[in-house]
Design a protein around this ligand. Sequence first.
Ligand SMILES: Cc1cc2nc3c(=O)[nH]c(=O)nc-3n(C[C@H](O)[C@H](O)[C@H](O)COP(=O)(O)O)c2cc1C
Length: 208
Amino acid sequence: MSEYVGEQPFAALDSALEALWQRLGRAARDRRAAWHTPVLATVGLDGTPQARVLVMREANRAGRLLRLHSDTRTGKVREIAAEPRVSLLLYDPGARLQLRLSGLARVETHGPIAERAWADANLFARRCYTAPLAPGAIADGPVSGLPPELEGREPTVEESLLGRDNFSVVLIAAERLEFLHLAVTGHRRGVFDWDGEGNRWSGLWLVP
Ligand SMILES: Cc1cc2nc3c(=O)[nH]c(=O)nc-3n(C[C@H](O)[C@H](O)[C@H](O)COP(=O)(O)O)c2cc1C
């Protein structure tokens, strides 16, 4: 159970904003946190909504930045290049707390953030990026997609480098955070929009 069960943080906008960013930070650090695996929604190249689960890697409140990882060759990467407006959906059933986060995404394959993330990735994580064919390519049967010699084992550091160009970071600059907290004593819903001129989040209560 979470420290946010109960409505205390959601009795005031300031504490709600604080609680949301704390939870986002924990989602990145703690793989058991419900928010560790948000749903990323993009606009498909044909306009169809596209949603999928990703792992939250970092939440930086000062920079309003969320970091996720992806294979460079995926649909989401092409979609973000065409339309950077994305949404992240997070729900914690224990805390009965939903967050709809929207913002502007960009993909970086090289550069300091991607280099650091690759350096921090363990060898099994790096192995995911060594597949010769792009994720989503049609397969001739039930396949992992990995090079046969890497099936069932950890790659060496050198072998893991095969995946380097297929590894990218997805960075989302948050523009809007909308929460819904369910409680028998009264649901609470609020929204924070980033005010670039005032350099601050501007919050409003909404009817749940
Ligand atoms: C628990 C879980 C965690 C996942 N984490 C990631 C991830 O961190 N990055 C990623 O690109 N895909 C991740 N996936 C796979 C995606 O959901 C998706 O299937 C894949 O990225 C292809 O999506 P796309 O073709 O829409 O780009 C994860 C799937 C699950 C079920």
